[in-house]
Design a protein around this ligand. Sequence first.
Ligand SMILES: *Cc1c(COP(=O)(O)O)cnc(C)c1O
Length: 396
Amino acid sequence: MEDTIQSCRDHICGTYARLPVVFERGRGCRLWDDQGREYLDFLAGIAVCNLGHSHPEVTRVLCQQADILVHVSNLFYTLPQTELAAELTRLSFADKVFFSNSGAEANEAAIKLARKHSRDRYGPGRYHIITMKDSFHGRTLATLSATGQEKVHKGFEPLVDGFTFVDFNSVSSVEAAVTKHTCAVMVEPIQGEGGINIPDGNYLGDLKALCRRYDLTLIYDEVQVGMGRTGTLFAYEQDGVAPDIMTLAKALGNGLPIGAMLASDEVASAFVPGSHASTFGGTPLVTSVAARVLKTLSDPAFLQRVREVGGYFMERLGELEDRYSFIREVRGRGLLIGMELDLPGQKFVERCLEKGAIINCTHDTVLRFVPPLIVEKTDIDDFIRILDGVLREETT
Ligand SMILES: *Cc1c(COP(=O)(O)O)cnc(C)c1O
């Protein structure tokens, strides 16, 4: 373990503040480190492994497809890519899909498409995009520029031009920020990195009405909250308000790198041959796996169970909220849950790890719980016992 950690520090860019554990193996909701120690994984690679680690069906499809065809250029057609796109559009508002390899790249495609769509209609100059404070859209230059967090910008100026930040959950702030240069509004239906912030009442509906009034493209970043995480396949379904463009990534491949930008025909028609491309986007390998993942994540009975288990988890966390005065709020949907504290959260993350449970902290004070969606109530009971012990230490 010490050797691996030292070697990592010697040879890998120091962009991550890593915790001192070397993982070797995973199964379901559990991980094992190189000392053979078992952990309960309530982070799932940050909402990535929604079907858990080493899901037998996912592994079977992965191995089978690897034996048939891994990659050909997007200069040609392949069946797995086509089938996945057909399913994603059947199950969503969208008509067209562009495949990428990550969330940031899916958002890059969304930003480019929104600009191009507006330019085709209105000519140059109308390219500004309104995004939210405390949002997170990725680490490439355009997506970090779209991200409403100063700490993500710092050191990389000049940023990509044309992003304006307004308060989440305030349609009037969006309206105040609209100018003749605005072409789109980009929002996470639930903010993930910003601290699990839930939309108020009819926020998304009012936002869409505003977008229609000014002919702005509405973009949802569902990279974190999509793919069954909130108890519906896409988070927006619970608000009943469809966007014009939506991005997906994290859980789409259950750990294989794949992202997707989905759009209505009206908007997507702005992309023509040569507008955009990706060498690896939508290879037969990743799309065949994602199609298998999607099959389970879109099953109504599976989603019903996510809502039920999520409700149970919320209930159990509510008991802790009643017990500890420094817990400010527990909030979330499905199995995307945040526990906001009056204190910095990182030490609780470290203490949980010592006791064999993996979580993380976002927005400094919010403990984030995003277990695999296959989590059992007994796993939740085990986790609550660990978390309760860790929180209790704070009071003694
Ligand atoms: C993780 C995340 C991204 C970035 O995804 P990458 O695959 O790391 O590029 C973008 N948007 C949201 C909401 C995310 O949670």
